[in-house]
Design a protein around this ligand. Structure first.
Ligand code: ZN
Length: 311
């Protein structure tokens, strides 16, 4: 198993604003947002419609809020949380209380969470986040361009207190209690790819997400394309934004960015999916061929059991 980013740190108890926090000294974390608005433009991978995305600063405790600038002001805001997810087929879609939705939120959320940013307004002028190059790297570049801004309130972390697992066929997603945040994954696309494994001990203060995962692109099988197109999906998918696998071979001329790019992207997706918990999780995540649907089911099972977690 490839294991990266594991470091040992001195652990001390520090009084902070009346709280006793036991965690690594240099990771006493304050909530973060970005310093200034930044924008990018691309197309929706499913809609094939052009879309401009603007990241804006948000106050502590705001979380992630999407703002659909193409609909009336009273219905523009869509909070991105595990309980606003309404569809997980091929992407993650969220919907607000008046039925306004936005799709394919996972890669920009992964970029924000990977950079330790849990408060942001994300404006989009249409129903789908632009896919850019199919990874999170252009969103990470935007965040770096804007600069991460530390807010004055400490980060509230969610501690996993007991094991929780959800399954679908041979796929599974599980949380296990631990004192660190670690993501482990096994993936073979249910037998369509060679077995790949990855694990990452996740410290937001480090750049592991940016360096190791953020540029891993989404992928699909050529054999599935006809079916997806007939369902109205993947209309904007191309070799510019998707790794396409045909008869076990990568069709993209430039090849893969990493020999294990597929599982790196699955890790990226899981970081985006689990960030919808609303705060960093403390504990282990173990995914076996899990994707957006199972990851969201895991959060639903987790939060519905009040004995499974605490702040
Ligand atoms: Zn993805």
């Amino acid at each position: 198993m490839q294991s990266v980013g594991v470091v040992s740190k001195n652990v001390k108890t520090i009084p902070l604003a009346g709280l006793q926090l036991t965690q690594p000294l240099d990771s006493i974390a304050f909530q973060k947002t970005i310093s200034k608005p930044v924008s990018c433009t691309g197309v929706g991978v499913h809609s094939n419609k052009p879309a401009t995305l603007t990241l804006r600063p948000a106050s502590a405790g705001s979380g992630y809020i999407f703002v659909r600038t193409d609909v009336p002001k009273s219905s523009q805001r869509i909070p991105a949380r595990w309980d606003t997810v309404t569809d997980t087929v091929m992407c993650t879609k969220i919907t607000n209380e008046v039925g306004v939705s936005i799709s394919t939120i996972e890669h920009v959320i992964a970029a924000l969470a990977g950079c330790g940013v849990f408060n942001a307004l994300i404006e989009v002028d249409g129903p789908e986040v632009p896919i850019m190059d199919g990874s999170s790297s252009e969103f990470v570049d935007l965040i770096h361009q804007a600069c991460v801004h530390q807010l004055s309130k400490p980060t509230r972390k969610i501690k996993i207190l007991k094991p929780i697992e959800v399954k679908s066929g041979t796929s599974s997603a599980a949380f296990k209690p631990a004192n660190e945040t670690k993501y482990m994954m096994k993936f073979n696309a249910n037998g369509r790819l060679n077995n790949q494994e990855w694990s990452l001990t996740f410290y937001p203060e480090q750049d592991d997400f940016c360096n190791l995962l953020s540029s891993a692109r989404t992928f699909g099988f050529y054999e599935d394309a006809q079916h997806l197109w007939s369902q109205g999906m993947a209309q904007g998918a191309s070799l510019e934004n998707t790794i396409v696998i045909k008869d076990g071979q990568v069709m993209n001329e430039e090849g893969l960015r990493f020999s294990d790019e597929f599982i790196r992207h699955k890790m990226l997706d899981a970081i985006g999916d689990l960030a919808l918990a609303g705060a960093p999780l403390v504990g282990h995540f173990v995914g076996v061929n899990s994707g957006h649907a199972l990851n969201n089911q895991l959060l639903r099972a987790f939060f519905s059991d009040k004995t499974a977690w605490s702040y």
